[in-house]
Design a protein around this ligand. Structure first.
Ligand code: HEM
Length: 102
């Protein structure tokens, strides 16, 4: 009985975690900490993306690492402005709240 109750609580918590993560706020200091291939975040148009698991599938290979831990919007638009958000929206982990440190 206790186990059953616990597993219910666990799944409810998981659900709210997914919803909260989409609204989570980060500044560039936090984004900058994730600047390596095994832990790679970047910013596109004011949204923060964890692309760590996408790097191996990226058609441009490790070029994406040029923007690791940074605002990738300019590089992204220079390289492939035609690539749509549907390709990367699943990696969104939150929004950028401050651009003070780049
Ligand atoms: C969320 C981030 C990114 C996504 C989803 C993404 C996605 C893609 C896709 C779908 C292509 C193939 C485009 C095509 O064939 O028309 C591509 C190619 C490429 N990407 Fe990205 N990209 C991202 C970030 C970046 C960044 C930050 C750079 C920085 C330089 C970059 C550099 C390149 C390059 C150089 C190619 C061309 C590869 C070639 O011509 O063979 N990408 N990317």
């Amino acid at each position: 009985m206790d186990n059953h109750r616990n597993s219910k609580v666990f799944s409810i918590k998981n659900c709210s975690l997914i919803e909260e993560s989409q609204e989570k706020e980060y500044n560039m200091d936090e984004v900058a900490k994730h600047h390596i291939k095994s832990d790679c975040w970047l910013v596109l148009n004011g949204r923060v993306y964890d692309v760590t698991n996408y790097i191996k599938n990226h058609p441009g290979g490790n070029a994406i690492l040029k923007a690791a831990g940074k605002d990738a919007t300019e590089l992204f638009n220079k390289t492939h402005p035609w690539v749509g958000e549907s390709i990367y929206k699943a990696f969104c982990i939150g929004v950028l709240i401050s651009k003070t440190k780049k």
